[in-house]
Design a protein around this ligand. Structure first.
Ligand code: PEP
Ligand code: MN
Length: 297
């Protein structure tokens, strides 16, 4: 080693920037959210689906603020086996219903290859969490569903390892893959993770796949989410993923990094000035077909 970074792996065949004529745009459905075009993808919602009331209220709030994808975990990868593990299939159904009420798409995590088809039956995009980035059986299973995949960066993954994980998915014939930078482990406990925004412009040189940024898991601190979300957009991210909860102190998981509805709204209001300067824009707001669609009381 002479102190230079290792050259990129030669096994990056399908996802390599030279494999396509232009950067990919990953669309979740016709006319729906897309990742990689002028329009930003805004994924927002709770860490975990906790109840129907919680997910419907959150879907209403994030849609009103201009998000276009509802995030939330029905299967939760918790550090402790004694922590809440998610509502499973019931959570998936609640999320689908909440998203449909407000014209949102759904992204949610798959933990087990045996659940891939079930999750694909209800979600628009399947998330591979940081802890599973190199679970090759899971990568193949989500790839084979044919649904768009959100591939989060592993806790200590190099860019090459991350892209090779994407290559596993692409090899199933499914190249609708979006990368998500969510911070990596560092020596410094001041933030939960170290959000590596340099990967955003780096990946644009290395792969044709779009990249989004999750400043919630990336910092672990609610007050840092908006500034780092804006920085991610400035760095060229195709979108952001943000945790939002009706009452963060009572959240079953990740309350410290979750925004209130009001905080999310003011963050969203700060985006257009920056986005316009960069030639980007927020998604078009959904106009409810039933004009008074609101959470059931
Ligand atoms: C999540 O987005 O719900 C999640 C668990 O994130 P990560 O895999 O990045 O820790
Ligand atoms: Mn979380």
């Amino acid at each position: 080693m002479n102190g230079r970074p290792l050259p990129p792996s030669r096994d990056l065949r399908l996802v390599h920037v030279d494999a396509r004529e232009r950067q990919s745009i990953v669309s979740l459905r016709a006319g729906g959210p897309s990742f990689g075009g002028e329009e930003l993808a805004i994924c927002a919602g709770p860490c975990a689906v906790e109840s129907r009331e919680q997910i419907v209220a959150t879907a209403a709030a994030v849609a009103r603020a201009g998000a276009n994808v509802l995030r939330g975990g029905a299967y939760k990868p918790r550090t402790s086996p004694y922590s809440f593990q998610g509502l499973g299939r019931d959570g998936l159904a609640m999320m689908r219903e909440a998203a449909d009420l407000f014209g949102l798409a759904v992204v949610t995590e798959v933990l087990d290859p045996r659940d891939a088809e079930v999750v694909a039956g209800s979600a628009d995009m399947l998330q591979i969490g940081a802890r599973n980035m190199q679970n090759t059986a899971l990568l193949r299973a989500v790839g084979e569903t044919g649904k768009p995949v959100l591939l989060k960066r592993g806790l200590a993954a190099t860019v090459d390892e991350w892209l090779l994980a994407a290559e596993y998915i692409a090899l199933t014939g499914n190249e609708r893959i979006v990368l998500c930078e969510r911070g990596i482990r560092s020596f410094d406990p001041s933030t939960r993770n170290l959000l590596d925004l340099s990967v955003v412009p780096l990946l644009a040189r290395r792969t044709h796949l779009p990249t989004i940024v999750d400043p919630s898991h990336g910092t672990g601190i609610a007050a840092l989410v908006a500034p780092m979300g804006l920085a991610a957009i400035a760095a060229g991210a195709a979108g952001i993923m943000v945790e939002v909860h009706p009452d963060p102190p009572s959240a079953v998981s990740d309350g410290m990094q979750s925004l209130t509805f009001a905080e999310f709204e003011s963050f969203m209001e700060s985006i257009p000035a920056l986005a316009t300067a960069l030639g980007r824009r927020l998604p078009q707001r959904y106009v409810a077909r039933t004009p008074n669609a609101s959470p059931p009381s």
